[in-house]
Design a protein around this ligand. Structure first.
Ligand code: DX5
Ligand code: ZN
Length: 216
């Protein structure tokens, strides 16, 4: 089975977004990873709904949207309208996570839950059947191009056991510092999907780099 690759548009050339999105369309990437940052939950601001809509207009692949915002509950239908197919919220921002996931589902999107590096995977045990995608952060969210935190590999293995024991169909995605080396460790530990930003866009041939990640 091949790995799902979700290149992070955060590392694209924002002055040439149409060109970069079309490049991703022509690649073996399964999804496009969209990082939304609000300067509150994370110490950085990326881009918002109008830019995401512009990406959606040109993208031929599902948008895998990673909300790094303090109040995701306030914007669920807005992100649906902007073209999100998978909507991932951070565990750390949702007091009533079960309700949030039901709302995402009722809008017709797939549900995702992201965990910061310090948040234990066990916290998702009782809700695993409601989650389509668990996003394990292998850096502290907020910036592209950071160093991989190796404990993420054990977290992938641990959440994989929880998923298997529950007989759930939840996919595991990992985000931050992914390259061929860290990507291989993650896939061996049970990751189904890899997000990669700087590794893809910083390479000489991004289309080829995506193909290499896909066969890990
Ligand atoms: C970090 C973002 C990532 C980021 C990954 O907060 O969630 O998606 O774009 O970038 P790289 O692959 O460069 O670590
Ligand atoms: Zn992300």
């Amino acid at each position: 089975m091949s790995t799902i690759v979700s290149p992070s548009v955060l590392s694209a050339d924002f002055a040439n977004l149409e060109r970069d999105v079309k490049m991703l369309n022509s690649s073996e990437a399964e999804w496009l990873h969209i990082d939304i940052m609000d300067g509150q939950f994370v110490p950085n601001i990326s881009f918002g709904l109008p830019v995401m809509k512009a990406i959606h207009k040109h993208a031929t692949k599902p948008l895998d949207v990673h909300l790094m915002i303090a109040t995701p509950d306030d914007y669920i239908s807005e992100f649906k309208d902007a073209g999100a197919e998978i909507l991932t919220v951070h565990y750390e921002t949702c007091t009533h996570l079960h309700r949030t996931l039901q709302r995402i589902k009722s809008e017709g999107m797939k549900t995702g839950v992201a965990l910061n590096p310090h948040t234990p995977v066990d916290l998702l045990k009782d809700i695993i059947h409601d989650i389509d995608l668990v996003l394990i952060m292998s850096v502290n969210p907020g910036f592209g191009g950071q160093k991989f935190i190796p404990q993420a590999v054990q977290k992938v293995a641990a959440i994989k056991s929880i998923i298997n024991e529950a007989g759930a169909k939840t996919l595991i995605e990992v985000d931050g510092g992914v390259n061929l080396d860290t990507g291989k460790q993650l896939v061996e530990a049970g990751a189904d999907a890899l997000v990669a930003g700087s590794f893809v866009f910083g390479s000489e041939n991004p289309v080829e780099t995506i193909s290499k990640l896909k066969v890990l």
